[in-house]
Design a binder for this molecule. Sequence first.
Ligand SMILES: Nc1ncnc2c1ncn2[C@@H]1O[C@H](COP(=O)(O)OP(=O)(O)OP(=O)(O)O)[C@@H](O)[C@H]1O
Ligand SMILES: [Mg+2]
Length: 239
Amino acid sequence: MLHVQGLGGGYGDLTVLHDVDLEVGAGTLQVVLGRNGAGKTSLMSAIAGLLPTVRTGTISVNGRDVTALPAHKRAAAGIGLVQEGKRVFRARTVEENLLLGTYSSPGWSMRSAARKQALAAAYERFPVLHEKRADRAGGLSGGQQQMLAIAQALAADPKVLLLDEPSAGLAPAIRAEVFATARGLRDEGLAVVVVEQLVDVALDVADSVAVLDSGRIVSSGPPEQYRDGELLQAIYLGG
Ligand SMILES: Nc1ncnc2c1ncn2[C@@H]1O[C@H](COP(=O)(O)OP(=O)(O)OP(=O)(O)O)[C@@H](O)[C@H]1O
Ligand SMILES: [Mg+2]
């Protein structure tokens, strides 16, 4: 579903991603692990079309090369991104935030009936958002804001969903809810990519793990391969 090959780039003259390959099938939950500054957010940005400079490589979704497309067209092509740090419009209502999500849908052409349907689907998935639909998003709890951010991304009907540290700063019970949601979406056939810093959490939810270090994928494979901790310790300490 998502196919990244030889991706390199960064911020102007500063290159922070080097020759990154990543393949995430439909119905797969891919976790990207890595230390602070490893390049995880830059990789998510690059896939979504938001990294300022992409020098090498290709990104394709469902066989379609999207490398040359700007971010809004990638969204329409099926790439959804929930950015690090819960980007909801705090002064807007829950429903207004969800409606914004529908404007990324293919060709901006979603009709009002389809918009209503997208809202109904979001409320069915996250009943608490229905309860609070007229409240300002800024008044939601951290976990609810993260659910709203995910619901907003889903409103555009993505095939690939990128979640950048979706559970950062959340209590363990809420974190578990966020990951249950991610797994549910995987079960519905999405290609889900989750950036996570907590190794134990990551290994519990992942179908497949990739470890980024200094902007390179230094290791990848099934979560079992990392369970005893030795491999990750070697990677993290070895630099
Ligand atoms: N806007 C920017 N301009 C210049 N350099 C940046 C910018 N954003 C990130 N970087 C640099 O790119 C590198 C990778 O950063 P990135 O944010 O992708 O890492 P990360 O793995 O997401 O880190 P964290 O775990 O802290 O979220 C770092 O060296 C960082 O300083
Ligand atoms: Mg980051």
